[in-house]
Ligand binder design. Sequence first.
Ligand code: UT7
Length: 321
Amino acid sequence: MRSRICGTGSALPQLKVTNDDLSKRMDTSDEWIKSRTGIASRHLAVEETLTSLAAQAAKQALKEADVEPNELDLILSATLSADKLLPSLSCELQRELSAVNAAAFDINAACSGFLFALQTADAYIQCGRYRNILVVGGEILSRVMDWEDRSTCVLFGDGAGAAVVCADALHGILESVQGSDGARGDALCCENRKNNNPYVTNDVGLSYVSMNGQEVYKFAVRTVPEAIRTVVGRAGLSMEEIDLFVLHQANRRILESVSKRLGVPMEKFPTNLEHCGNISAGSVPILLDFVNRQGRIKKGDRIVLAGFGAGLSWGATVLTW
Ligand code: UT7
C-alpha cells in the first residue's frame, strides 16, 4: 500500500502586513527584507485562531479527497504554536470537524513538522493500521515572536495547510528520509513557560523565538540537497524525472542555493514566501495547496517535499501524485 495525497487545503489570516508596514513600526526596510529573504508581505492572525485556520484548510482538503470527516482514522497536526497547551490542535480540530472516529495528536518538529507528520501517517498506512489520515501543518508564529527583535519578527507569518492522505494501491509516497541534530538546537530556539511553583523565586516571564540565522542558513543549504538526493536516489529516479520541488519557505536564497546544488532549474521550485513569509510547519502544505489549485500538478507527477529548521531537524519525501 502507498500513502497518496488525495486532497489539499490552506488558509491564511485576513490581515496582510507588508514590509513597508513593518518599517513604520521598527528599524527595517522593504529593501533589506526583500534582498535578504525574498519576503514582501506576510499574513498575521488578529481574530483567527490556529484551530479556525486549520479547520478551513482541512475542510477544503476533505472535499477534494471526497472523504467524510467520520471516515478519518487519524488527525495528525504539526505545530509549535497551538492555541492551547492542551488539548492538542488535532483534538480541537477533531471537534470542529466532527471527525468522531479519528484518533488525534500533534507533532512538534518545527519547520520539518509537516514532513515528519506526513511520514508518520505513511508509516501507519503502510503497516495497515489506518486508511484515511488528515495531516495538518500550521502556525500562529506571531504569538511567539519578539516584536522588538527585527532580525526574527520580519521573517515569519501565520497560516495553516492540510492534506488528506489515503491508502492507495498505485500512487503515493515512494521514499522518505528524516533526521535531527539536537546538539545544534540552540541555533533556533524558543523556551516554554519557566518552572513556576511556590518554591521557584526566579523570573517566570515568557520567552520568544531567537535564531542564529547564519548557522541555520548554512545547515539548510548543506543538509537539504543531501536529503533530496537520498530520497530521489532510493526511489530509483533521477533529478530530471522530478516535476516539482515543494520546499519549506524560509528564504529565497536558500531555495536558489538548493536548486543550484542539485542542478535543477528554479522554475521547478515554486515559492510563496513572497506573500506568506516563513510559516514553519505550515509552509510546505500551504505551498502544496497553492500549486495544486493553480493546476501545476497532474496525476502521476513526481514531487519532492522537503522541510528543515529547528531541532535542528530535516525531512524529505518523494511521491507520485
Ligand atoms: O524556518 C527555519 C529556518 N530558518 C532559516 O532558514 C533562516 C536562515 N537564515 C536566513 O535566512 C538569514 O540568515 C537571515 C535572513 C535570517 C539573515 O540574513 P543575513 O544575511 O544572515 O543577515 P545578518 O543576520 O548577518 O544581519 C546583517 C545585518 C546586521 O547588521 P550589522 O551587524 O551587519 O550592522 C543586522 O543587525 O542586518 C541587520 N538586520 C536588519 N536590518 C534591517 C537584521 N535584521 C534586520 C532587519 N532590517 N529586519
